[in-house]
Ligand binder design. Structure first.
Ligand SMILES: NC(=O)c1ccc[n+]([C@@H]2O[C@H](COP(=O)([O-])OP(=O)(O)OC[C@H]3O[C@@H](n4cnc5c(N)ncnc54)[C@H](OP(=O)(O)O)[C@@H]3O)[C@@H](O)[C@H]2O)c1
Length: 272
């Protein structure tokens, strides 16, 4: 598995997303993914599945140092005391002493960025998380965090896939050597039935979903966290790493409409 180096982490470029999986479904999906070789699991306090993931990790007996776990603090818990309580609760459910990456899940309108990052850095110093980062931060917010607060963020996790342009944020992250972790990398499954991607896949004996994932992973500094509950899809997504796309494939993908945003709640910041 290829890795990205960031803020002391070695982040596997393909991880398992776990949104909308809970209880036994989530536990068995994570167990199956770990058995197949996934070593990067993405969760969040908001997903309500950290306990199931903790159980799967414990059952796997994978050495802690060989596994990357990301979780996130929800945007109602961004006051210093609330962040601390949220991370403690996440760690308890995950049955871990520390996570690898702790992200601010969504910006909040009234958030106090300096106080937030001071707390996150304290939690890092205390060994409760190995690194900190953000998700859903637009260009303006990213610039504040990187250039004014100078917080050592290990990634920005944002929606990114073949049907959504993220050039501005991606260019900024690349210039600062900060990885982009692509969520909804399959456009919530829509990429799997796209005819252009299916045609490219036929050329390479691969599926449309595999083409969509490899297009992301081929980009410098990009990781992807597809969610897959079925073992066959989990394996197919891992196998996507072996695919070789050519210039004609990339040209056809570049011509797809790039305005298909899957996630856009009302409290999101304006996207640049
Ligand atoms: N930071 C944030 O605000 C944020 C927001 C959204 C998501 N995320 C993270 O990103 C992860 C991924 O996003 P997502 O779950 O919304 O969407 P996604 O990964 O783009 O798509 C998931 C869908 O694709 C299907 N699928 C997976 N592999 C497939 C394959 N090889 N062939 C055909 N279909 C396939 C899944 O089916 P099955 O499940 O039935 O197998 C599921 O229906 C989330 O789970 C979460 O961890 C983060």
């Amino acid at each position: 598995m290829d890795h990205l180096q960031t803020q002391g982490l070695s982040l596997p470029r393909l991880g398992l997303g776990t949104f909308r999986m809970q209880g036994d479904v989530c536990r068995s999906a994570v167990e199956s993914a770990l058995a197949l070789g996934y070593r990067h699991i993405d969760t969040a306090e908001m997903y309500g599945n950290e306990d199931a993931i903790g159980a799967a990790i414990a059952a796997s007996r994978i050495a802690r140092g060989n596994l990357h776990v990301t979780t996130k603090v929800w945007n109602e818990n961004l006051a210093p005391d609330a962040i601390r309580r949220a991370l403690n609760a996440s760690l308890k459910k995950l049955k871990l002493d520390c996570v690898d990456l702790y992200l601010v899940h969504w910006p909040a309108k009234n958030m106090d960025l300096p106080a937030m990052f001071e707390t996150l850095l304290k939690l890092k110093e205390e060994g409760r998380t190995r690194a900190i980062g953000v998700a859903n931060f637009n260009l303006a917010l990213l610039k504040t965090v990187v250039e004014e607060i100078k917080a050592p963020i290990a990634c920005n996790q944002i929606e990114y896939h073949v049907m959504l342009d993220q050039t501005k944020v991606a260019k900024y992250l690349a210039a600062k050597s900060i990885p982009l972790v692509a969520y909804c990398p399959l456009a919530q499954g829509r990429a799997a039935s796209d005819q252009t991607l299916a045609a490219i896949g036929r050329k390479h004996n691969a599926s449309a979903a595999q083409v969509a994932l490899k297009w992301l992973i081929d980009q410098d500094g990009v990781a992807a966290i597809p969610k897959a509950s079925r073992a066959e899809s989990q394996k197919a997504n891992l196998d996507a790493l072996k695919l070789s796309l050519d210039d004609a494939d990339r040209k056809a993908i570049a011509a797809l409409p790039k305005n298909q945003r899957c996630v856009n709640p009302g409290f999101a910041p304006a996207w640049d």
